[in-house]
Write a protein that binds this ligand. Structure first.
Ligand SMILES: [Zn+2]
Ligand SMILES: [Zn+2]
Length: 241
C-alpha cells in the first residue's frame, strides 16, 4: 500500500467487472488513532484489511471508518470490514446516515435497475445496508484524525451527503466521487444527485488550494496544476444545469 505522506496511506481500488473505490488511511501511525476513509465494493473487505496489515498498520489502531458517501462501490464491503474491526466507529454525513439508519437503500444503489442487478450478483437482501452511525457530520467540522486536522466540507450533487476531507497545511483533498483526475467529475443522474448542486460543490472546492488530489477512483494526482478544479468545473458547467 503506497504511502502518500507520513499521515496518508493509499489502498487502490481493485476494479473488476465493477469499480471498487479507493480507500485511504489517515493519521500519524504513532498516534494509534487512525481513520479508514471509505470501504469499497461488496467482496473487497478482505483485500482492504490485508492491504492495511501489509503496510504494517495494526488493525487495533483503526478507530473509525469515515464514508465520503454511501454508494455501493464505497459501502459495499463495509459490513465485511466491520466484522474484522468491530470497535471502529462509523462516521458520515447526516443526510445519508439518516437514510441508512432507516433502512433506506436508495442512495446505496442509485437506481432501481442497478439494485436488482446487484442483489442478484452479490446475493444481497433488502436491509443489507442498515447501519448504525456513531457520528453524523454536517460539514464545517475540523476533525482531529491521529494528530492531523482535516476539515469536513459538504459537497452534495453526486450524492446528497457527499463530503470532502481537506488537510489545509499539506493541501490534500479527498473529494470522494465529486472530482477526479483528467477533468472528470462524478455522475449526477443517480438517486439524490443534482447537477446544479454539483456545480456549486465544484466551485466550493475550486476555492481551495490543492496540491494532492485523492479521489475515489482512477488516478491520484500528487502535483495538481493550479486552477485544476476551477477549470474542470467550467468545462462541465454547461451540462450541470
Ligand atoms: Zn459515488
Ligand atoms: Zn465511487
Amino acid at each position: 500500500m503506497p504511502k502518500i505522506t507520513e499521515e496518508v496511506f493509499y489502498i487502490p481500488g481493485q476494479d473488476e467487472f465493477m469499480p471498487d473505490a479507493h480507500a485511504y488511511v489517515l493519521g500519524k501511525p504513532s498516534s494509534k488513532n487512525l481513520s479508514l476513509i471509505d470501504a469499497g465494493l461488496t467482496g473487497k473487505g478482505n483485500y482492504k484489511i490485508q492491504s492495511i496489515q501489509k503496510a504494517g498498520i495494526e488493525l487495533s489502531a483503526i478507530k473509525r471508518i469515515i464514508m465520503t458517501h454511501t454508494h455501493l462501490d464505497h459501502i459495499g464491503c463495509l459490513a465485511e470490514i466491520q466484522k474484522q474491526i468491530p470497535w471502529a466507529e462509523l462516521w458520515m454525513h447526516q443526510l445519508e446516515a439518516d437514510l441508512l439508519e432507516q433502512g433506506d437503500e436508495r442512495t446505496v444503489y442509485g437506481m432501481d435497475m442497478f439494485r436488482g442487478f446487484c442483489e442478484e450478483q452479490f446475493g444481497l437482501k433488502p436491509g443489507a445496508f442498515k447501519f448504525k452511525v456513531n457520528q453524523k457530520l454536517k460539514g464545517g467540522e475540523t476533525l482531529d484524525l491521529g494528530d492531523t486536522a482535516w476539515e469536513v466540507i459538504h459537497i452534495p450533487g453526486h450524492s446528497m451527503g457527499s463530503i470532502g476531507l481537506y488537510h489545509r497545511p499539506m493541501k490534500i483533498l479527498i473529494p470522494g466521487d465529486v472530482v477526479y483526475a483528467d477533468h472528470a467529475i462524478g455522475r449526477f443522474d443517480l438517486y439524490g444527485a443534482d447537477g446544479p448542486e454539483l456545480k456549486k460543490s465544484l466551485m466550493r472546492l475550486a476555492e481551495l488550494e490543492v496540491d494532492i488530489l485523492l479521489p475515489g477512483h482512477n488516478q491520484i494526482v500528487k502535483d495538481l496544476p493550479k486552477g485544476y478544479i476551477l477549470k474542470t468545473a467550467k468545462q462541465w458547467e454547461p451540462h450541470l444545469g
